[in-house]
Design a binder for this molecule. Structure first.
Ligand SMILES: [Zn+2]
Length: 50
């Protein structure tokens, strides 16, 4: 089994994730919120291998 790097994260095992949601602020207004974080690649599950 060849050790080919995962094409999604290029072997790093980590990728940028982005989540969009809508939250209600203290005035009752709905505001769009985007959260970004770096976490385990969903393609290779963090192994870095494709
Ligand atoms: Zn990956």
């Amino acid at each position: 089994m060849p050790d080919t790097p995962c094409p999604a994260c290029k072997g790093a095992g980590l990728t940028e994730h982005e989540e969009h949601s809508v939250e209600t602020d203290q005035d009752g207004n709905q505001v769009p919120v985007v959260r970004r974080w770096t976490g385990a690649c969903t393609t290779c599950h963090g192994s870095g291998l494709g």
